[in-house]
Design a protein around this ligand. Sequence first.
Ligand code: PXG
Length: 462
Amino acid sequence: MNKITNHLPTAELQALDAAHHMHPFTANDELAAKGVRIITRAEGVTLTDSEGKKYLDGMAGLWCVNIGYGRKELADVASRQMQELPYYNTFFQTSHVPVIALSAKLAELAPEHLNHVFYASSGSEANDTNIRMVRHYWASKGKPSKQVIISRHNAYHGSTLGGASLGGMAGMHAQGGLPIPNIAYIDQPHWYDEGGDSDPAEFGLERARQLEAKIAELGEDNVAAFIAEPIQGAGGIIIPPETYWPEIQRICDAHEILLIADEVICGFGRTGNWFGSETLGIRPDIMTIAKGLSSGYIPIGGSIVSDEIAAVIGAAGDFNHGYTYSGHPVAAAVALENLRILEEENIIEHVRDVAAPYLAEKWATLADHPLVGEANSIGLMAAIVLTPDKATRAKFKGDEGAVGLMCREFCFANGLVMRHVGDRMIIAPPLIITPSDIDILIARATTALDLTYEKLKADGLL
Ligand code: PXG
């Protein structure tokens, strides 16, 4: 009966986990009392837990397993690379074949003027690099006062001191003395929550123009860069009005402000193009990459940098920055194999022409559910908002996110991993998801919505 015999019983694993493992972004005591869920294996879009229960992974792990689970080619490449050259650094005038090949490939895939890659092991580290790189760039150009980086409230750019400071998550800033100096914030283009009675197109322009106002307030000579996710991910999959990005681009160009597109989630096919910047018509000076670069099979991240920035930094002597694992050969080899699979198997075309249009059509029908205020998607990122009153876009009474959490629990119980951000329910499945998988996803999501609705009614909360 129990096929998974190569580990301890779940209760013992849970007890050991509770005793020794500190989880990220988690109330650890609460989790210990409840018992953690333990995932033991995965294949395609399907996870299996320690009890043998299966789930459709609507989140591609943590927005990263773009090619799906179980691709042996990546394991083979890692094994071969570990035997040939498991490690060597890229400091001290040295390089190696995997990092050279990956860099050339990324230069080929990235927008035309982005041809230079600085490596890290995560998106957070890459954004830390970006902070130092843009400031060093301006200093090298004789403009050392250009120091401030403008970001947005409710943005997510990582969890290191730099990444969390660039991010606009109030809960993160509240712990550990953040943000670091010289980061400023404008409001997010979140029409559903913050747009009131305004027209979405007008609202998009208004929010973009906050950037111009912030530059004026700080002084153009003090601003180095603006950073943003093409589409906010961890903030709840917030698709900006169409007017937003063209206006942001105009403002950055007009005021000599570098534009950093954080592509950690949007990159590598998520929106139906290689990069979210292409989908949204953004011309960035730097793109932050991680996650889908290796489909999460191995940690790797980086910054893809414009010819202009690379030229200035390159001429300015040593850039005193780097990580032991910058351009790690095993990670680079695995990433390269992942890119080969994405390209040769036409996975991005599958997103653009098959999976995303199918998801968009089916996902939109969720808006008919009595609990759902809005359902929208772009590529393979989709969100619904739970509300007690569609007409007014009202919030539930009580703690924000309590209803979202309830819905998420019903999803898990029904074999679907769907996340909640407050009372928004979001998905970002592996890019290889098929229309029949999407049918299953929608059916399970609908069941969870029905159960949430019934429970809210039974508890007198609707
Ligand atoms: N930028 C963006 C846009 C991200 O989404 C990072 C940077 C940081 O990457 P690393 O590899 O350092 O984690 C991310 C990461 C969530 C969640 O709850 C999202 C992320 C990480 C953890 C949780 O949605 N995104």
